[in-house]
Design a protein around this ligand. Sequence first.
Ligand code: SF4
Ligand code: F3S
Length: 104
Amino acid sequence: TYVVTDNCIGCKYTDCVSVCPVDCFYEGENMLVIDPDECIDCGVCEPECPADAIRADTEGGMEKWVAFNAKYAALWPVITEAKEPLPEADALDGQSDKLETLFS
Ligand code: SF4
Ligand code: F3S
């Protein structure tokens, strides 16, 4: 599966949504997640994210993000169409500690 990681927080560019063939992105207040059970592993979304926030779970250290994505995919509504990024997207792209300071 692919997963959304912390640099999506506060950005939410949503380019990923428009390319996913199975509509498996879910939308929280300030980030998206992928439902790991629905993702077909096509990899199309990964290069589309301007914030480089999408990762394959085959990369090391992704267990935490797979669990995070699964947890919130079950709680948040599906998003099937791209929308405007969050207003601070460009300013927050690349900021560290987003999960601790910005996630809501
Ligand atoms: Fe959707 Fe493919 Fe990305 Fe999985 S890897 S979230 S199926 S675009
Ligand atoms: Fe987030 Fe990147 Fe998609 S910032 S909304 S994972 S395009």
